[in-house]
Design a protein around this ligand. Structure first.
Ligand SMILES: Nc1ncnc2c1ncn2[C@@H]1O[C@H](COP(=O)(O)OP(=O)(O)O)[C@@H](O)[C@H]1O
Ligand SMILES: [Mg+2]
Length: 596
């Protein structure tokens, strides 16, 4: 780009003059009635700043025309009657977004966010359109180095300019993709993953609630074409069908990985009068069992400082035996006779709750891990396969949670995230590779704290910790949800970048509004009107909040919207498939049905 100023603000594009200014908004008295229709809501204007080189850039929020009666030239035929005429008062309300300078020191054509000064009354205001707009929009991503560029699509304001976010900033301090169902969130996630795939060592873990992103690991060929190469590795939290012969991509989260609170949130009934006893016996025994493992493995250094929460394997049967012993052992009275034991009968309900969970195959990924998962070295191997899978394996990992029972979903996502975060936390700082958790359908496991039950609180605790401290350790969240009003505010408010797609629900819009600075209220009013695949990109990853049309991902997620009307005309319901589904329902597992 040459050094010539990119904005040529000549009289034909002059709209009018500044008429009123407050801390965030400017009122422009429009003098050029021809330009007014082109200065629609959302269009950009430039207001002459403090010096000839400085312009304040703003976005139109409201366009008004008020009619006013004024005295006119007296009518020569009736000189004594008062003549009046109706004249329009045209005005624009503009919110200031940034400052553009034609020259700054040695640099030319600089744009920065934020207004450096307030415009003065009577300063000229110009509409940015045509060639000016094109050059201005392409200025926005210009300063980004090649390695920082995250290209997302095109600006709606000017289709010829590519919308480029700063990829570092986008992930550095958490981001969020919000939008009603069907607005294009999953496609947007696929696009971002695709972009990340171009980075040699991208490190992303996708929490896939519906098995939508498996197509990224196993792309299908378009009709008549060849399949694109996969961009992700597929994992799956082991379902009931994966327990007997676990496939290599099945993930287990054995009970011994859970810390005390996570385990108790699932097993302990806090309303039981014996709950404190149950919790304390549980803690004591788990600690003893972990210690025994460490003794057995001769891990004296670990043994010196480990806690009950340290992930050290032990067998569930041993724990149950110890608890059962407590529950049944008799005490010895002062006279040496048998009396009721100290814990006798107090743990019965706790034990049966634990046994019920341990027997339920849906919880198999936790309580029925393969023998290898009780090995001391198993954890390091498992975590390496996720955080450092090796040069020839994709750095993007899609983890399918679709067969995890919804009541434990929060614990599972929480434990999973906490473990990886903890490992990153304890890693030598200069050896860490930053990674991102993509939390799809976040409202399912990151609920608003007031509505959370014991299990959900555990997950919230883990994720809120990442939201608050993750930046320091290179762990970031990309929160995706169709119900922002049901997602933890603590987590959303830690997000610094937002891609907001069409959002129709009032409550959800209000939540989004509260997350944004007041000055953007006008920009957000357009949320219900966005087209599918259109988004507002707001935050520090882009210089100017902008409406963008997202590019289609090369590999689509399996989230295709069904064409009800069309399909009703073409496809008969399949009774064999219904029968097969009933069996799948009984099995609680898609594996083995032949149509996984
Ligand atoms: N960027 C896009 N361009 C064109 N169509 C899109 C785009 N994003 C989404 N769509 C359409 O919208 C449908 C729903 O998108 P999806 O990402 O599954 O929505 P969500 O995850 O928000 O429910 C897709 O099947 C596709 O037809
Ligand atoms: Mg989706």
């Amino acid at each position: 780009m040459s050094d010539a100023p990119i904005l040529n603000l000549e009289p034909p594009s002059k709209l009018g003059k500044v008429a009123a200014v407050d801390t965030s908004r400017v009122l422009i008295a429009v003098e050029n009635a021809v330009l007014l229709p082109r200065a629609a809501v959302g269009s950009l204007v430039a207001i002459q700043g403090a010096t000839a080189q400085e312009y304040l850039i703003g976005m139109t929020e409201r366009v008004t025309r008020q009619l006013r009666e004024q005295t006119a030239q007296p009518d020569p035929l009736a000189p004594t009657t008062l003549a009046t005429e109706v004249v329009p008062d045209d005005a624009l309300r503009v919110v200031l977004l940034g400052t553009y300078r034609t020259i700054k020191g040695m640099n030319r054509n600089r744009f920065k966010r934020g207004a450096d000064s307030f415009p003065q009354i009577d300063r000229d205001c110009f509409l940015i359109e045509g060639g000016n707009l094109q050059r201005f929009m392409s200025l926005l991503g210009k300063d980004l180095e090649e390695k920082q560029r995250l290209e997302l699509g095109h600006f709606v304001l000017d289709q010829s300019a590519v919308a480029i976010a700063n990829g570092d900033r986008f992930f550095q301090r958490h981001a969020s993709i919000l939008g009603s169902t069907g607005s294009g969130k999953s496609w947007c996630v696929s696009l971002i993953l695709e972009r990340a795939y171009a980075r040699k060592y991208a490190n992303i873990i996708v929490f896939d609630m519906h098995g939508e992103y498996s197509s990224l690991a196993k792309p299908t060929a378009p009709p008549g074409g060849t399949a694109p190469s996969p961009i992700a590795a597929q994992f799956k939290i082991a379902g009931p069908g994966d327990l007997d012969k676990p496939p290599p991509h099945a993930l287990f989260l054995p009970y011994w990985l859970l810390n005390r609170e996570e385990m108790l949130s699932m097993i302990l009934d806090r309303s039981d009068q014996n709950a404190p006893n149950q919790a304390s016996r549980f803690t004591l025994h788990v600690r003893a069992l972990k210690e025994a493992t460490l003794t057995d493995k001769k891990k004296d250094d670990v043994k010196a400082t480990f806690t009950v929460d340290s992930p050290v394997p032990y067998t569930l049967a041993d724990l149950l035996a110890k608890l059962t012993h407590d529950d049944t052992a008799k005490g010895i009275g002062v006279k040496g006779g048998e009396v009721k034991g100290e814990w006798e009968g107090r743990l019965t309900r706790f034990i049966s709750r634990l046994e019920a969970k341990a027997e339920d195959r849906r919880y198999g990924f936790m309580f029925k891990p393969p023998a290898a998962a009780l090995d001391y070295d198993w954890l390091a191997m498992q975590i390496s396969s996720l955080l450092a899978p090796g040069a020839d394996k994709p750095g993007i990992k899609v983890v399918d949670f679709s067969e995890v029972p919804s009541d434990v979903l929060p614990v599972v996502t929480g434990v999973f995230a906490r473990l990886l975060y903890d490992v990153q936390f304890w890693m030598e700082p200069d050896k860490r590779t930053p990674f991102v958790f993509v939390c799809d359908e976040a409202h399912l496991y990151l609920p608003v704290r007031e509505d959370a039950n014991a299990v959900e609180k555990q997950a919230l605790y883990s994720f809120e910790r990442i939201a608050k401290e993750g930046r320091k350790y290179g762990v970031s969240l990309l929160v995706v949800s169709q119900r922002p009003s049901d997602v933890s505010r603590t987590i959303l408010s830690q997000c610094n970048n937002f891609l907001i797609l069409r959002l129709t629900n009032d409550q959800d819009q209000n939540v989004v509004r509260r997350l944004m600075p007041d000055s953007l209220a006008g920009v957000l009013d357009g949320l219900p009107l966005l087209d599918t695949g259109e988004a507002l990109l707001l935050g520090d990853a882009i210089l100017l909040p902008a409406r963008i049309r997202l590019k289609r991902p090369t590999i689509e997620p399996l989230s295709q919207t069904r064409d009800f009307w069309q399909e009703w005309g073409e496809k008969a319901p399949d009774s064999a498939a219904v029968k097969a589904a009933v069996e799948t329902l009984r099995r609680q597992s898609r594996s083995g049905s032949g149509s996984a």
